[in-house]
Design a protein around this ligand. Structure first.
Ligand code: ADP
Length: 212
């Protein structure tokens, strides 16, 4: 198994790249999806969030009310820190579990992790490398407004809460510049896939070396 991180700001094209990597045979672990999983009723983070923030964060159907939760922490650093302190360790454990269930396999695992940079750049996952999907701000805004029907100011606000492009680039081992057509993006992903295969061959060589 080889694990490669995939990150990029909102609207960069990260999800599109993830889907293209899956087409090539990668197994995808989506950190956002893991984060939704760990706050489901019955999971430890759920009980801790209700204890900390009250019954107001529970929706009528019993699930966590994500927009109520977001409204509480928005602009309140202390609440935000508490939320993160509850949820982040659970997300890390969830991802670690999923990785453990794949270890020993021959899989290429792509870990789609939007907050890799925001989390101080630590890597608890044994990433062989990190792919960053990058696009300039004006193009990102255009995609979010035109293709995702986001309000321009909402899109700008979302971008402002994220790591900056230079911060993200500093973490990159392989950059996919997504400024062209989707066909061009596909070609770039092909090059990224070749790079991953190169890493995997290296890792296998190292294992053989240390074992032998
Ligand atoms: P992210 O996951 O980084 O937020 P997405 O992959 O969802 O971004 O891409 C945002 C939007 O832009 C989607 O509608 C996607 O289809 C579109 N898109 C991404 N890359 C390109 C491209 N090179 N050309 C045209 N549209 C693109």
């Amino acid at each position: 198994m080889i694990v490669v991180g995939l990150t990029g700001g909102i609207g960069s094209g990260k999800s599109t790249v993830a889907a293209l990597l899956v087409e090539r045979g990668a197994v995808l672990i989506d950190a956002d999806e893991a984060a939704r999983e760990v706050v489901k009723p019955g999971r430890p983070a759920y009980a801790k969030l209700v204890e900390r923030f009250g019954a107001g964060v529970v929706a009528p159907d019993g699930n966590l009310d994500r927009s109520a939760m977001a409204a509480i922490v928005f602009g309140d650093p202390e609440s935000m820190a508490d939320l993160n302190a509850i949820v982040h360790p659970e997300v890390r454990a969830e991802i670690a579990n999923r990785l453990a269930s794949l270890s020993g396999s021959e899989h290429v695992v792509v870990l789609d992790i939007p907050l890799l940079v925001e989390h101080g750049g630590q890597d608890p996952y044994g990433l062989a490398g990190v792919i960053v999907v990058d696009a300039p701000l004006d193009l990102v805004l255009e995609r979010l407004v035109k293709r995702r029907q986001m309000d321009r100011s909402d899109a700008e606000a979302r971008i402002a809460t994220q790591a900056s492009r230079p911060e993200r680039m500093a973490r990159a081992d392989f950059v996919i510049t997504n400024t062209g057509t989707l066909e061009e993006l596909e070609e770039m992903v092909g090059r990224a896939w070749a790079w991953i295969e190169h890493l995997a061959a290296h890792a296998a060589g190292d294992e053989g070396h240390s074992a032998g």
